[in-house]
Design a protein around this ligand. Structure first.
Ligand code: ATP
Ligand code: MG
Length: 482
């Protein structure tokens, strides 16, 4: 067998055993793996020790074990145990039980929460009794409820990918593998547990998005058996609650590999399920105009994440949905709708249609629409409006958005440069840039007959001074829009 670079984190090459539900797990003793307690959160260790000392089985599980074996810093630490949630609560005072049907324990340590889950059994196979109170599926086989406690072996096999089903046992510090996850970790391979891959995707179509996410995050290849069905099964995402998809979209695009994820999602037809309006625009334009804007926006976001800068959902969704908004805005303008009404209407239509697929919470939807509706206002540089815009709570995001549009060739970079200079300019220069200099007033009064000519010539210079009267007339509807 060829050991890929991932194997360097495993101290010894293991025998290649494929563990199944009825076979014994592969147990790797402490001396033969690289997980050190010094890399585990002290609070997670406290939880594990306390459960162990209270006589329960306690394991670190999931992404934490996977990432530790890969030498990455885990995002969080999840614990699995044979203790029921009520028993967990008896062990910890700083503990809250969450979830109405399937109860999980959250143990609080200041800002850190350690999630403790009782071992659960795999859902009953599709087609069998699906009406039980604790187990239910949709017609397509999607699991709605599977609230049945089980053994650790059952718990392992109900997880998604083999590399996510590794356990670190606090009793003897060994790593326990029921699903062949260690082999796949070594090979850099993402593989769903079980033979019936389509059934696993049907049980939870979000696993398709998770496949893309982990492939990008870990740099793993998706096993052929799991990659091939993606295109056919992508429409199953339509069954998933739109609010859950919102969370998944953030995990895909706010973790530093958004551009890569976008490309993969498009390749598998998953992006079209999440953002159908955007996908339709991109598919139409691909041959004439590259998918520059979204790609640049995501690349930019990735760089910010990697530099430790903040990223916010309204900006992300403004980027992801701009193309349909822009096209609709232009169509409305061509129909004679005023720019202020056109942008508001386009924003409203696109955002409302999107809610059916990925539900954007109101607190993010409002600022997203503001970023869009400020775009035409940024094109109006004369008079007092630019100064007023600087004070708008969404100005900075709208300006960043304008930079992206300029970078991708959608607007003249000169406009973006103007705003960059305007922000840095002193009050005198700002006045000159917007034609609001105090000195001009007395001059204007004295030569009042030439004002109209001035205005026309400003218009001829390429800015929108010539439209001043029209814009003035629209000021009220523009402001109402905001
Ligand atoms: P990360 O936290 O780094 O994004 P993770 O693997 O820990 O990755 P979580 O969403 O935190 O992912 O889930 C924890 C574990 O729960 C997973 O490793 C997996 O074992 C299991 N799991 C999560 N979602 C699913 C799912 N949709 N189907 C089956 N098992 C799942
Ligand atoms: Mg996790």
């Amino acid at each position: 067998m060829v050991l890929c670079s991932h194997s360097k984190y495993l101290l010894q090459p293991f025998q290649l055993l494929s563990a199944t539900a009825d076979s014994d797990p592969l147990i790797v003793p402490r001396a033969e793996h690289s997980i050190s307690r010094s890399n585990i959160s002290p609070n997670a260790l406290k939880v594990l020790y306390r459960l162990r000392d209270a006589g329960h089985a306690a394991y670190l599980v999931g992404g934490g074990v996977r990432d530790l074996l890969l030498g990455h810093e885990p995002k969080d630490f999840d614990v699995a145990t044979d203790a029921t949630p009520e028993q967990v609560r008896q062990v910890f005072r700083n503990c809250r039980l969450i979830g109405r049907r399937f109860r999980l324990a959250h143990v609080f340590f200041g800002p850190e929460i350690i999630e403790v889950a009782t071992f659960r059994a795999s859902a009953i196979p599709a087609g069998q009794d699906g009406t039980d109170d604790d187990v239910a599926r949709t017609e397509n086989g999607m699991i709605l409820r599977d609230n049945v406690y089980g053994s650790i072996a059952e718990d392992a096999l109900r997880r998604d990918f083999t590399v996510n089903a590794l356990y670190y046992n606090i009793a003897d510090f060994s790593v326990v593998d029921y699903a062949g996850g260690l082999d796949d970790l070594k090979a850099g391979r993402l593989k769903l547990i079980g033979d019936d891959v389509a059934a696993r995707y049907r049980e939870d179509p979000v696993r398709m998005l998770r496949a893309v996410r982990f492939a990008c995050k870990l740099g793993f290849m998706i096993d052929d058996t799991c990659e091939t069905p993606l295109a056919d099964l992508a429409p199953l995402l339509g069954e998933v609650p739109a609010a859950r998809l919102f969370e998944e979209v953030l995990k895909l695009f706010h973790a530093g590999f958004g551009l890569h994820a976008f490309e993969k999602l498009r390749r598998y037809g998953l992006f079209a399920q999440l953002f159908p309006a955007t996908d339709a625009c991109l598919a139409r334009q691909e041959h004439e105009f590259p998918v520059v804007f979204v790609s640049r926006g995501l690349d930019n976001t990735d760089r910010r994440v990697l530099e430790g800068k903040s990223v916010v959902p309204p900006f992300l969704f403004a980027v992801l949905l701009w193309e349909p908004v822009r096209l609709r805005y232009q169509a409305l303008l061509e129909d004679g709708v005023s720019w202020a009404d056109a942008i508001a209407l386009a924003a409203h239509e696109v955002a409302s249609a999107q809610q059916r697929h990925v539900a954007i919470p109101k607190r993010f939807g409002m600022p997203m629409r503001e970023i869009w509706s400020l775009q035409p206002r940024l094109e109006r540089r004369q008079g007092r409006r630019p100064m007023a815009l600087l004070g708008h709570p969404r100005f900075r995001a709208a300006y960043d958005f304008l930079l992206l549009r300029a970078e991708s060739g959608e607007v003249d970079p000169e406009l973006a440069d103007w705003w960059t200079k305007f922000q840095d300019a002193n009050p005198g220069d700002r006045a000159k840039m917007t034609g609001t200099g105090k000195k001009r007033r007395p001059r204007r009064r004295r030569r009042s007959k030439t004002t109209a000519t001035d205005s026309v010539s400003r218009g001829a210079d390429g800015d929108e001074g010539g439209h001043a009267a029209r814009l003035q007339g629209q000021a009220s509807s523009d402001d109402a829009d905001e």
